[in-house]
Design a protein around this ligand. Sequence first.
Ligand code: NAP
Length: 439
Amino acid sequence: MRHIAIVGSGPAGYYTAEAAQKHWGDDVRIDVFDKLPVPYGLIRTGVAPDHQSIKAVSRRYEKTALTENVRFVGNVSVGEDVSIGELEQLYDAIVIATGAPHDRQLGIEGEDLDNIIGSAAFVGWYNGHPQFADLGPKLDGANAVVIGMGNVALDVARILSKTDAEFAASDIVKHALDALMGSGVRTVTIAGRRGPHQIMMTPKELGELMHLERATPRVDPDDLPEEEEDAILEPGLRKSVTLLRGFAAIPESERGEKPIEIDFDMFASPIRFVGDCRVRGVEVERTKVEAGRAIGTGETYVIPADLVVSCIGYRSSPIPDVPFEERAGRFANDEGRILPGIYCVGWARRGPTGTIGTNRPDGQGIIEKIVEDFDSGSLGRGDKKGRAGFDELARSRNLELVTFADWKKIEEAENSAARDGAPREKFIDVESMFAALAN
Ligand code: NAP
């Protein structure tokens, strides 16, 4: 019997479990650990609450989770409740699939001013992540600035702009919905340090800005290159740039019809935040793009900002005794191999890139590596106790484990607490999750 521990129950974790199960069938036992009592990681607390079709992939993970040889072990923090060394004693292979839950910093003056928030925290807040439920972003000012030109920046701009009705079928948590409905934000500036040909936004997500009930996107036509230059772009990016051209062509007469403007400010690299205790502006330097790089021109100006959400990427969380690349913010690895018997997958391996689906081949790839290592004899000497050993350890530490059946009870309670039309009302703290279990 092979014993595998997967640390993290998000997409990378469950696709890895699925691949392991496909490969070894009944000859493997897989424990999927999560720090929270609830599974699915980024699907639950990262994917935007109004993107329910993306979240539906969790049904596929549930199929894997409900099989005999895979089990969910919630409420266990690897590195705190149990060490990697202890897991190494019990499992043949450990796969770290913890994603990248921390914000990257811009590293510029004024970054510690009030109401400058990283996207991990802001997204966690509207998605009910227990760590960020108390964030309390101030939405009283008219000007919000979102830094970055990726899909997370789009998620944040869209969430700041939607109406109550547009959130009806979403699972946005109540505290965020209430705050957003009282929001004074009227301009959301999306500031990017490079130009239209360098955006990381995908067409489907960008296109959603055309259909918002109370917001209109704006692009300065002068920021757009000559249309013929789009021919060299790969098809997805070309579509996105075509959408930007559409935003630039919206006539001024149509703009007054909706109260919120989502304004793309390109070639604008943040150099300093201004404000007293709280942020009041982002000073940016005008750039030009040469050979794909943003080069400062020396011209600066301040974009008014009562709220800043920085969407410039994420970092993984190190685990004691596991080699980590500080600069890149991910585990030090060679195609997923970290140390003999310790592997990583998903964002913990490659950094925060790609879609949910990218994790599927990633999970298959890491299982191929583990198979190679079993075949070469470097793993699996048949002396590991696997889950029975883990249960002994958990008992000796009084760890309160949460099983998949427990999660289903929590889920049922969340589903029955949903407001009309919504799929669920998530618990936003661990105590309430345990209280639902006790009932
Ligand atoms: P991303 O796509 O890498 O975009 C990050 C943005 O931040 C880039 O525009 C980057 O500009 C900018 N940036 C980085 N450092 C900066 C700095 N110092 N100053 C100014 N700007 C800076 O990352 P993301 O938006 O966080 O998304 C992460 C991943 O999740 C992506 O693969 C994304 O597609 C995926 N995602 C998908 C969806 C969806 O499919 N619906 C939703 C959300 C996220 P440069 O390019 O100039 O570096």
